[in-house]
Design a protein around this ligand. Sequence first.
Ligand code: NIG
Ligand code: FE
Length: 413
Amino acid sequence: MKLLFKNIKELIQIRNNEVSFVSGEEMKILPTLKNAFLLVENGLIVDFGLMKDCPKADKNETIDATGKMLLPSWCDSHTHIVYAGNRESEFVDRINGLSYQEIAENGGGILNSAKKLQNTSEEDLYNQSKLRLEEIIQLGTGAVEIKSGYGLTEKAELKMLKVIKRLKKNYPLPIKATFLGAHAVPEEFKNDKNGYLEVLINNIIPKVAEENLADFIDVFCEKGYFSVDDTTRILETGKKYGLQGKIHVNQFNAIGGIQTGVKHNALSVDHLEIMKDDDIEDLKNTKTMPVALPSCSYFLGIPYTPARKMIAAGLPLALATDYNPGSTPSGNMNFVISTACIKMKMTPEEAINAATINGAYAMNLSNKVGSITKGKLANLILTKPINSYGFIPYSFGNHQIEKVFLRGEEIKK
Ligand code: NIG
Ligand code: FE
């Protein structure tokens, strides 16, 4: 059960296990070893170092990585990959001039996906969703968070979370489940948002907790969706049931969601396309990870998270896909990293840190994934022969992955 990688041109993101995320200036540093080996045993990284110290091949399976790089798998800390059907007609509506908000107001958007999902069987939903999970694994993702939030009834939300539970059981990568019942106000509660909140707080959240179906809790804190007060109520209820917050904030408007997230000890605040100076200030010296979703900005044509400003203020930043049928029908972390470099002016070092170690933190998986560290899972990307790791974001729209490994096993195409 041993696997030895030898002659690795560059082993990327080596850390000791004291580092759980990197912030500010530290994000510019990506520790690597040139001409290295890495040894895997029983699915874990057990040793790595310079080739001159490489253990004998023994009976180990050996991979000669001459000319290639080895790095930890991408950690995608924000996705909605369990959904039913697609919304390409809304995509065409946007091309023809409607805005994302106008489409939602006309019965499209999240409510459109909820209708589809409510009418899809659990089996069908599982089969549609697993294809997306397999797709992102091939693209180098080795740990992922998946949200509910396209059900919006007790039955349909539980169906989504059960699908996530089955994916957790059947696939070898760490998966975290987030309950996002407060994603949109369902049609039946159109004029009674409070009524829906009562259902969430009194019925659905207790049920989700009782059946142990979620690791985290989320809210879409946005004008026309859920207010800061609503967000506070959901976060407080989540806390009561042991569910830490990971919330959608500042996508279209900065209304104070970051402050309530920080106050309630959210693990992450995600989107952040619109940031006020106070939002940046209030994230300083907290344990809340800011998460940017550049593929969403790209697809919707909305502003990008001001990464330079945030990193200059000393903040950490994680990058994730937001893979979902409405705002980001793409789960490609390689594209996310390129886009972060091109549009947000992050350096390759910052983008790779944001997509690995900081992403792991944003899923509470720092002890398992996100870096080349002894004792962590051997969830790895072996690149094609490349000249430098800068080639990974540089070759945008493409990827440089030759093979992916989960728990030291190669995942065949
Ligand atoms: O993260 N902003 C809220 N939720 C999703 C998109 C939902 C949808 O359009 O289906 C997001 O972008
Ligand atoms: Fe999202």
